[in-house]
Design a binder for this molecule. Structure first.
Ligand code: E4P
Length: 222
């Protein structure tokens, strides 16, 4: 199971990669614009920091076939391997996914709002599918629909990975991990909420206090 960071903030990537087992980083156009940096700088920082086995995912901006395919080639050429182009599942995007896979590019189908869109992108050869869980909740049971997608792919014997995205709380992430999802991409605020349960700090403070009261020190080794 791959736990991926959904951010263009290199400092967050470095901090969380030091704490956790991070399989890679996803960005999208909005995330990059919010970073206040040019995309070239963001990609260079991420490509420079990530280990070869960690994956980088970046999205096309163009909406026409030739432009998307050119950008797909550019993105997949940013690093020697483990770099994937994110292609939105518009009608043009579905055509570009087929063409990109025919060239052997790594593809993540993105901006997915239904299991139906996702399944069709999988048939076109996408390596990953990124359903937007929280945004889907505006239309349906987002988590339930993604659980259904996982079952659809398994029932059809397809090895396309689902990388759920657009999480707004830890419960959405937890439910999909429990359902057997292959990957999640999670934005730093939700990752920090997964890490920092207040009960843990309270428990550690209590242990330290009891130890200090009994032995007069706050270390195991005297
Ligand atoms: C994945 O990379 C998606 O683009 C991202 O998770 C979307 O998140 P949002 O719904 O918060 O914009």
């Amino acid at each position: 199971m791959e736990f991926v960071l959904d951010t263009a903030d290199i400092d967050e990537v470095k901090e969380l990669d030091g704490l956790l087992t991070i399989a890679g980083v996803t960005t999208n156009p909005t995330i990059i614009t919010k970073s206040g940096k040019q995309s070239e700088e963001v990609f260079a920082q991420l490509a420079d920091y990530l280990k070869p086995e960690q994956k980088l995912f970046a999205q096309t901006i163009s909406t026409d076939y030739d432009g998307m395919l050119a950008e797909a080639r550019h993105i997949c050429g940013l690093r020697p391997k483990n770099t994937y182009v994110k292609i939105p599942v518009t009608r043009t995007g579905l055509r570009v996914i087929k063409a990109a896979k025919a060239e052997g590019l790594g593809v993540l189908a993105t901006a997915i709002y239904s299991a139906d869109e996702a399944f069709l992108a999988a048939l076109n050869g996408a390596d990953y599918l990124a359903p937007y869980v929280n945004r889907m909740c505006n239309y349906c049971d987002g988590v339930g629909q993604v659980v259904g997608l996982i079952r659809m792919l398994a029932a059809q014997g397809m090895d396309t990975k689902v990388m759920a995205a657009s999480f707004k709380n830890v419960e959405q992430v937890r439910e999909l991990i429990a359902a057997g999802i292959q990957a999640v991409t999670v934005q730093p605020p939700v990752v920090h909420a997964m890490i920092d349960h207040p009960g843990t700090e309270i428990a550690v403070a209590e242990f330290t206090e009891n130890w200090k009261n009994a032995y007069g020190r706050t270390t195991l080794l005297a």
